[in-house]
Ligand binder design. Sequence first.
Ligand code: RP5
Length: 160
Amino acid sequence: MKKVAVIMGSDSDLPVLSGCFKTLQALDIPYEAHVYSAHRTPAEAAHFASTAAENGFGVIIAAAGKAAHLAGALAAQTVLPVIGIPVQASALDGLDALLSTVQMPGGIPVATVAINGSENAALLAAQMIALSDDELSGKLKALRKAQHEAVIAKDLALNV
Ligand code: RP5
């Protein structure tokens, strides 16, 4: 199975990524996590992205806050799909990172999830990997079924 790369702009982003790691682990998806900054270590970030495909990665998840150029900077170096997680890390509550991540120029797409939406980033990465992995696709369908049943149970339990 292709690996998922989880890149964060700073180790201060780590708490936001716990949902991402838990989801990847629950689905038995191999992943690697690294700190690479688009601004502080631009050469290392570019090198990682430009060699990611040959190193067995299928998707890159990039989490960054403030003027969050990480996802776009990685996407510029590879044709692997890149999923951006805008991180709430400043006085602007993540709106800065959301706009920096989502407003990519034409030609270099980044699939952007919600501010701090790291679990959805992992699920979206899983769905991409599952395009060529029937077992993983089955696990994702089972998750959806469990989610559906949980909401039905909550509806039945509602006593107002
Ligand atoms: C961004 O700046 C990082 O992704 C982080 O969200 C934010 C703050 O980084 P630190 O100053 O905490 O290292 O590049």
